[in-house]
Design a protein around this ligand. Sequence first.
Ligand code: ADP
Ligand code: 5GP
Length: 200
Amino acid sequence: MRVSCKGMLVVISAPSGTGKGTLCARLLKAHPEIRFSVSVTTRKPRPGEEDHKHYHFLNDQQFDELLEKDAFLEHATVHGHRYGTLRAEVDAGIRAGACMLLDIDTQGALNVMARIRNTVSIFILPPSYEVLRARLYTRNTDCQEEIERRLSVAREEVAKMRRYKYAIINDDLDEAYERLHHIVEAEKQRTIRFFPQITD
Ligand code: ADP
Ligand code: 5GP
């Protein structure tokens, strides 16, 4: 049997602190074939974040230079910082028939969905806003002002959930991960991108 596959774009969004990064990291660990699209940001690295692995950390001028070169598939200002998806990175992955994972905000996700057909869009929800607040404070990576800024846009982000193809509530982490894994596995088998040829 011969099998050929077309590339697949998976876009995941969630209010900050929901657990999207945790779920994405788990997905990438369990599925080494999935490629993470490393975004560009003007935000400062958090402790433990590595340049070119978690983000390409650039200053405003470097970001502007990429904008001028039309290097972004999409870009947006999120919580007061600039973020962008590198077009070349996504194109290379898709051309190679890979599954590309994009962890981007709702503005960026809607732009990508409008530009690229059959994007697999997944929205992750916290079980409540109270739990979301607790997760942001427990994570302890952002100051109080930054946390409150992130919480203040959470409801607007959740209001866009219906524009996504799938929604998952991240209450129990294992259950949420199972759902995410099953969505990705099912999407890989769709006949728009999976072409098995059986022998006589
Ligand atoms: P995001 O990437 O969406 O901003 P993170 O993945 O950094 O969020 O998760 C925020 C915090 O919540 C982290 O401290 C993480 O360990 C924790 N967390 C993630 N998922 C769960 C869960 N299902 N239950 C409890 N805590 C969780
Ligand atoms: P954080 O600063 O917590 O890493 O990310 C803040 C928000 O920016 C998250 O919602 C994350 O998904 C989003 N984000 C990360 N990279 C990109 C990107 O390239 N484009 C857009 N539009 N959003 C991004």
